[in-house]
Design a protein around this ligand. Structure first.
Ligand SMILES: Cc1cc2nc3c(=O)[nH]c(=O)nc-3n(C[C@H](O)[C@H](O)[C@H](O)COP(=O)(O)OP(=O)(O)OC[C@H]3O[C@@H](n4cnc5c(N)ncnc54)[C@H](O)[C@@H]3O)c2cc1C
Ligand SMILES: *[C@@H]1O[C@H](CO)[C@@H](O)[C@H](O)[C@H]1NC(C)=O
Ligand SMILES: *[C@@H]1O[C@H](CO)[C@@H](O)[C@H](O)[C@H]1NC(C)=O
Ligand SMILES: *[C@@H]1O[C@H](CO)[C@@H](O)[C@H](O)[C@H]1NC(C)=O
Ligand SMILES: *[C@@H]1O[C@H](CO)[C@@H](O)[C@H](O)[C@H]1NC(C)=O
Length: 492
């Protein structure tokens, strides 16, 4: 499963502008910082160096996409909050570039990788069910799959990521779309407290009593310190009904019509259908539907329009929440890749036709670029119109007046020489679909983009809108020496 292809490949694509480390310094220049950390931390934490034969260094630097990895000077696996504090203080005093990695699914170069000190949070791996309080404490190094597996046996669940392999920390710090968002909102709407190591090394528990940090942490990413534990609200969880179905593109018109009708009528907040349009190795388009119902079986008739259309394969069935998450197939890791955000107001039939046409158009143009061809997919998300009513006053989204729907394009490819063609294509396709949405009257001029889907050159304003000034002011107060600016990501 793990493909350790990061060495070399990752470095070449890191562009100085995206990284705090704009110098020509080499990884070796940061070895004194690594040695200072190794000297300072307790025996529950470890530092690993390139060439480490235990596999820890490789795994700590590993990401879902090779373009998100870099060869760090060393990796650190902190095992206590005190050690995280010591590490951050050494990084601050030496001004060493660093990265914090949760699940490693950031798709932008340098967002959770570095040539300096790679902090891998995986030793923060506890799941503690506080039954009386109705909350769960979740270590910041966990993947959502691990959380759901732990909670399945307890009949409880939390509001987190939808796809296996994705990390708790990045999803929860950026916003957090879940299979249960229709009913309970975003991940940020379901946090009760954060254990946070502030940029100056002070350890804090942040709750709604701390107005500024509470606001900033709910969507503001890695700008305000390192989170070691999230306390999330929990909800009862039964078995669910769901899986994925794939259809031949000959049924595109019927599928688009069925999906548009389902989205427009929003028949049931327990129900979700997410369509995708992806190229096949033979240059055709496969249409996928991720289908979810939050109960052991859906009400009769709810999904009939979809099931009247013959699918090629379907894994839709009654199962536990964690087995549903694990059953979703996803592109293999280890590719070069980018994700880009495409917010709209409504996935109408005509807009779905535009998306389908885009998938055909770019498949025809990009298939010959590489052999095997790049993997292109247009993945659309849909929620009920009330999905943002379960929380408020968070860093992201900057306004809850219009519940925009996120769409994404995910392009994966193998060869560095294809980078410019792939990046050009992904930007152009988003522009085409956005223009089509505007042409049919959708007011998306100020649509906020989801930071966890946004490509690296996205201006802060397009994600955080009117919240940029307040977030910048909070950052300036909490992190006056810009320690978190030594880590990559969207920066206030
Ligand atoms: C296949 C796939 C499926 C996805 N599915 C979903 C989904 O269902 N819902 C959704 O909302 N999003 C989804 N996303 C987007 C996802 O939210 C982002 O990729 C997110 O960054 C992943 O978090 P991570 O912990 O795995 O990533 P990482 O790369 O480890 O981290 C992402 C960011 O968080 C920061 N960070 C990590 N840990 C900490 C910490 N402890 N303290 C402070 N900062 C930290 C990192 O520095 C980095 O900036 C998906 C992405 C992919 C590629
Ligand atoms: C780690 O350090 C603690 C306290 O210094 C000590 O009690 C413990 O035995 C040590 N554990 C190991 C495995 O060395
Ligand atoms: C399909 O997309 C291409 C590229 O955006 C465009 O030139 C063409 O006109 C579109 N065709 C249809 C039928 O919309
Ligand atoms: C990558 O692209 C270069 C230039 O087009 C080509 O020479 C090389 O063979 C390609 N490598 C792979 C693995 O496809
Ligand atoms: C660390 O930062 C916090 C938040 O700004 C502040 O309250 C605290 O006084 C600082 N601690 C030190 C030792 O400077």
């Amino acid at each position: 499963m793990l493909t350790f292809t990061y060495l070399g490949a990752g470095l070449a694509v890191l562009t100085g502008a995206l990284l705090a480390d704009c110098s020509q310094a080499s990884s070796a220049d940061y070895l004194p910082t690594c040695n200072a950390i190794a000297h300072a931390v307790s025996n529950v934490s470890s530092v690993y160096y390139p060439g480490d034969s235990s596999g820890h260094y490789a795994e700590d630097n590993e990401h879902w996409g090779v373009t998100s990895s870099a060869a760090s000077a060393c990796s650190v696996e902190p095992g206590s909050v005190t050690d995280v504090s010591k590490i951050l203080q050494i990084i601050a005093s030496t001004k060493t570039p660093f990265a914090v990695k949760g699940g490693g699914h950031a798709t932008n170069p340098g967002f959770s990788s570095t040539r300096g000190v790679q902090i891998a949070m995986k030793r923060f791996s506890q799941v503690v069910n506080n039954a009386a309080a109705g909350t769960v404490d979740i270590g910041a190094g966990l993947l959502w799959d691990e959380v759901y597996s732990a909670l399945d046996g307890m009949g409880r669940n939390v509001i987190g990521g939808r796809i296996h392999g994705v990390g708790v920390a990045g999803v929860t710090l950026g916003g957090g779309y879940s299979w249960k968002t229709n009913q309970y909102g975003l991940a940020v709407d379901n946090v009760v407290s954060y254990n946070l190591v502030l940029p100056n090394g002070t350890v804090a528990t942040v709750t709604s009593a701390d107005a500024d940090l509470w606001f900033a942490l709910r969507g503001g990413g890695n700008n305000f310190g390192i989170v070691t534990r999230f306390e999330l609200k929990s909800y009862p969880q039964t078995d669910v009904w769901g899986g994925e179905a794939f259809y031949s593109s000959q049924y595109a018109d019927r599928l688009n019509a069925a999906a548009a009708k389902f989205f427009e009528t929003a028949p049931d907040e327990k129900a979700t259908v997410l369509p995708s349009y992806s190229n096949t190795p033979t240059g055709d388009i496969a249409i996928g539907l991720l289908i979810f119902y939050d109960g052991p079986s859906p009400p009769p008739g709810l999904f009939d329009d979809f099931f009247a259309i013959p699918s090629e394969v379907s894994s839709v069935q009654t199962q536990s929440y964690s087995s549903f998450i694990k059953s979703i197939t996803y592109q293999p890791d280890g590719s070069r890749m980018r994700l880009i955000s495409l917010p709209v107001i409504q996935w109408t039939d005509s807009l779905l036709q535009v998306v389908h046409n885009e998938s055909k158009y770019w498949t025809a143009r990009l298939t010959s670029l590489e052999n095997p061809p790049p993997s292109l997919s247009w993945q659309l998300e849909n929620m009920v119109p009330t999905y943002l009513s379960h929380g408020d006053n968070s860093a992201w989204p900057p306004s809850r007046a219009q519940p925009f729907l996120p769409g994404t394009l995910l392009f994966l490819w193998a060869n560095q020489s294809s980078d410019s063609a792939m990046l050009d294509a992904i930007h152009r396709s988003v522009a085409t679909i956005s223009a089509a949405a505007r042409a049919e009257g959708q007011d998306i001029a100020d649509a906020w983009k989801y930071p966890n889907y946004a490509i690296e050159d996205t201006p802060l304003q397009e994600m955080y809108g009117g919240n940029v000034a307040r977030l910048s002011a909070i950052h300036a107060r909490v992190d006056p020496h810009n320690v978190m600016g030594l880590a990559g990501g969207f920066k206030f």
